[in-house]
Design a binder for this molecule. Sequence first.
Ligand SMILES: [Fe+2]
Ligand SMILES: [Fe+2]
Length: 445
Amino acid sequence: MFGLAARLGAQWAQTPLGRGLVILLWCLAALLAAGVVVFVGKRLGGLSLLAAMLTDYGRAARFGGRPPVWLDDPPANALRITHLSDLHITEGPDVRMVEKDEPGGNQALQALLSRPEVQESDLVLLTGDVTDRGTAISWRAALDALTEHGLTDRAVLVPGNHDLAVVDPWGGLRSTGNRWRRNDRFGVVQLANLLKFAESFAETGGGKRGFVLSRDKELVRYEQAWLEAERAVRPLIAALPSMPVPKQRLGAGWLQRRSEILAYEARIIAARKRLLALFPIAVPMPGHDAVVFVLNSCTPVSRHPATNALGRIGRAQYKRLDALAGFFGEHLKLVGLHHHVVRRTEEQGRGFIDRLMAKFTVLSDASPLVRFCRKHRVRAVMNGHRHLSYNLRLPSGTTIMASPSSTLGDELAHDPRPQLIRYDVADQPSGHTVGIYRQVVRLPI
Ligand SMILES: [Fe+2]
Ligand SMILES: [Fe+2]
């Protein structure tokens, strides 16, 4: 159309009617181009993110760094942290997980939580995939286990992709070809799961002591922000199962149907935005000059099971994080998120699938986080996600502490034993060390 408009422009520009036609054609061509840009932006956003992850485009995956030197003994007056991750709790001890033909981590969790290393902690940080598919019953099971062991008030939850983004038909993927094409077109599952996470977070110490940034950039208690967000969002989520989904069909009445779809979608997008604005959350530690920043690294909308593991913090959340950190002068700053910040170099020499997975599952926008850590002198970043443990001290001094699955084991080490990591963090690094005492507690299977 551009070519046609340009060619006609030369021939027809002699008459007023010709000039009008040329202008009309140019307008049509511009409209078409704008439509294509909007379509690609909206529909292929996930694909471009995927391309970014697979190619390292626009992302620094290797930040340098070296292995951290731990303290030889636990320091006095330390902040004692139990790091749990990827528990994959299902609805009951015999309910299988979504990706594996095995029961979830329910039973192992009971054994882990009764350990003295956990009981004597100031903070129990759960860095995502607490549940296997984000259902209300599995959240209940996880929260009840924390309550039974007297840990709810010390617990801080971080959302993982299994908590938020696992779209239902995994089972169907294996059995029928048709289900492969079933998308969660409007991201309804993720919206409902965000609500369940935010509600669960409110029950824990993180929810009771946490703060978020309001829309006016003021500091507000998480409890207040959550109640306001819940009031705005829950009626829509409760009504969704009975709301007819507008059909997308060509033919008579297309415009009317299109506007109905856009109105339906706009309500879901607004609700999702409202819940996403609850992140990041800053949780000060009582009795310690310390604060934990909780990030949501599962912000891309997963419309299909295959894209559930993509990780991204997003520019808006990073902006809020920077502003939120300005309110907290605490000496010891920690960050909790689900996705890996760096790719482990050891994995580069392994098989194709391992290399692909290593690229695929690392945070796609890690650079701003590393800049944040440098600017605010963050002592440690704690994460989970790939069920493998590694530690790295960045050139800025921040230690990255990646946890294996506490209930399913360490896949890097081929160690399936349930295990937890306990960190005793001193006020500051000392000598050649990072000022942290690290202890791994492994349980028999
Ligand atoms: Fe996991
Ligand atoms: Fe994960």
